[in-house]
Design a protein around this ligand. Structure first.
Ligand code: SF4
Length: 234
């Protein structure tokens, strides 16, 4: 809950910082047009308020397009590039706010055939020689990595399941499967960019755990994934 509050605050701060430029443009244009200072200032503040309102509509699920999320994300990325934000903070903000938006649609149910569980290949144990990207079901479910448990969850819910070897592969899988809901597991960078990329498909993001460093024998909390499926799959 604390994490969600922080993400929400960051989302609105990013949006606020972005809205300063259009608000200044409005202020200058009105001043040049000889509208009084008080009115020009009010219009500039209204511009900022409208951006915040659009952000609220997005979070509540009333505005489907993730434009506010994109604006906030890229503004925060600029701050991150000058080292004013810790690593992956804007990315985690996108995942949290997207999940919050998805939760606001939780009354909506999807048939299992409309759902895709999409996971990264770095979940597979590095010693395993089975090639899973073409046929995940060839996994022998030995328990050395979370892929076996994920396949059991897939079988129970009857959803589609795919392992992506990267961003392009993930995009190809999504195009081929054409799901209405994606429950995606990935690192903060891949997950945030994927979420912003696949609109208007509803997406729930689950961050993978880096028990052995990034992109190597990663892990996932399967309970989190199951909870998302229980909420959305009919
Ligand atoms: S669970 Fe499957 S993918 Fe993972 S190591 Fe065992 S056989 Fe390989």
């Amino acid at each position: 809950m604390e994490k969600l509050k922080k993400a929400s605050l960051l989302f609105h701060i990013g949006l606020l910082l972005f809205s300063i430029a259009p608000a200044l443009i409005v202020l200058l244009l009105l001043l040049v047009a000889s509208v009084g200072f008080a009115l020009s200032m009010a219009a500039a503040l209204l511009t900022i308020a409208l951006f915040q309102f659009y952000g609220l509509l997005f979070v509540k699920g009333a505005a489907g397009n993730p434009i506010p999320l994109r604006l906030s994300f890229w503004t925060l990325k600029i701050l991150q590039s000058v080292h004013t934000l810790p690593h992956h903070t804007p990315e985690k903000m996108v995942v949290s706010m997207n999940n919050r938006k998805a939760l606001s649609e939780a009354g909506r149910k999807f048939s299992s055939d409309e759902v895709l569980i999409l996971v990264p290949h770095c979940l597979q144990n590095h010693e395993c020689l089975i090639r899973l990207t073409f046929d995940p079901d060839s996994c022998e479910r030995c328990g050395k990595c979370p892929v076996g448990s994920l396949l059991e969850i897939k079988d129970r819910f009857g959803t589609h399941f795919a392992i992506a070897s990267g961003g392009t592969s993930a995009r190809r899988i999504v195009e081929k499967t054409a799901p209405s809901l994606i429950v995606a597991v990935a690192c903060p960078v891949d997950l945030s960019l994927g979420i912003l990329d696949v609109h208007p498909i509803t997406t729930v993001g689950v961050l993978n755990e880096w028990r052995n460093g990034p992109c190597f024998d990663t892990w996932v909390n399967t309970e989190e994934l199951e909870a998302a499926l229980e909420l959305f799959v009919d």
